[in-house]
Write a protein that binds this ligand. Sequence first.
Ligand code: HEM
Length: 367
Amino acid sequence: MRRESPVRYDESRKMWDVFRYEDVDRVLSDYDAFSSDMRDAEAVSFDDDQAMRRTMINAEPPEHDRLRRFVDERFRPGTIRELQPRLEAFAAEFLDAVEDADRIDLVGDFAYPFPVTVIAELLGIPADRRDQFKSWSDALVASPTEETTAAMEKNERQRQRARREMAEYFGDLLDERADGDGDDLITLAATSDDLERDEKVGFCILLLIAGNITTTNLITNAVWCFDEHDVTDAVRTGEIDRKQAIEEVLRYRSPAQSIRRVATRDVELGGETIEAGELVTAWIGSANRDPDVFDAPEEFRPERSPNRHIAFGKGIHYCLGAPLARVEADIALDALLDRFDTIEPTDEPKSPLSTQLLHGLEALPCR
Ligand code: HEM
């Protein structure tokens, strides 16, 4: 694809696909030509969810900057580093529960609940509501049980109900904390003068959606890649640098595979003309394996340096949570490798997530 039709129109999805690193980089960086604001674009449904219509991820400057500015500081690497002891304690708690088991499901027992709990903690969700919070998160990321219309509609209804319940729940917490002085993110949003109420609710839901399953995939894909390429022990002993290896996992098995934009005007890209109003999918996963940018891109090289992957996006929408995701993955792998002598996926067939947008596994049984 990258070589033969680097920019192509897919009639069935009514959408352009962009595969080369250089072009993906352009689509993500040039927000004047390729907008994230798809609220009025065809084929994208935001149902009746007002809060999700008003978040930074689908806004452009100056609205985007206003929606992001109030929280930027909290996600800077220095601020995230201060959280490290709390995050380590969470990781230990989940692993304590399975330490003596003969086998674990890496996803269900650890890689999924760990990031959800971290977000809940940062938002300041009371501990006795964490289970409810996790079940909302489950509903938001659940796939339909079958490919039938009925199953898909049921799935969508459950998702909408979860969003509605969450919007109500966050709305109440935001009201309660409007005069608060806590250091949690709900209080930060509640006391911000720059945001309207829907925007505050949308911010809370966005964090849950954007930050969980992607981080789950990063942790899962790391264990999977290390085993597949026989480097688990070298990472454990430090012979291979863990942080550098995580960067290669981000490139080689990018947790978020693609991002959508809408063209704001007619644009030339890769010899094609994308017309104003047309939708574009920028394939991060493909860009991260582009031979024009990476030597031997199909090889997993945990010591690859430099590593210019764009797994966290590019430009003004560059992932807010990238420093947090990196620290979470690092803590998770450190804890897993420290705790278990082997962390080896079993031979059972692996079931990939049933969405093309994300790259990860439904489960990863390990012994
Ligand atoms: C944006 C990937 C973890 C919050 C993005 C984007 C990507 C991405 C590719 C760009 C979207 C776009 O351009 O439209 C990832 C990956 C993660 C991860 C691969 C884990 C490995 C997190 C975490 C959080 C988070 C842990 C929050 C706690 C966000 C937010 C945005 C974003 C709020 C929107 C930023 C903006 O529009 O300015 N992420 N993400 N992400 N991510 Fe992440």
